[in-house]
Design a protein. Sequence first.
Length: 172
Amino acid sequence: MRALPCVKDDEPSAIYGTAIGREPQEGTIDVNRRVIMIRIGLRACAVLVLGAALDIAVAQPAASGSQVTPLVTQSLVGVPGKEGVMLTVEYPPGEESPPHRHNASTFVYVLEGKVEMQVEGGERVTLEAGQTFYESPSDIHSVSRNASDTEPARILVFMVKDEGAPLTLPAR
């Protein structure tokens, strides 16, 4: 039995199978390489989704100092009449949005800072980077604000809504 070379996990040979003393056979894909290919494919899909960002018109009732950045609007294959929308909202310290609704299934992911969120009749929560929040199409989003008076906050928003419907409507 021959000795195998010592290989670090991040070296190409570890990724493609030579760390176990063999080259992948032609026509086969080693498991680690398959995982990498899937990750690359998912990242490519994300880039394509984010790349269509320029065709969105945002009607987000943002506070005067907050910035809404449209990322993408895309019809959903297999879900007739529905589209996915992705955008970011940046809240300067202490800023908040007025009460509103989205008439969409709305998923919020906190990218940085801390935000306070609440839907009418629900509990007010303070979320930090990496945490999520959900609003149903019938919810009134009564509180959406930066929880800090000194640090900015940024959220990623993904919505599933009727094609062509406005992103945001007044609360009442």
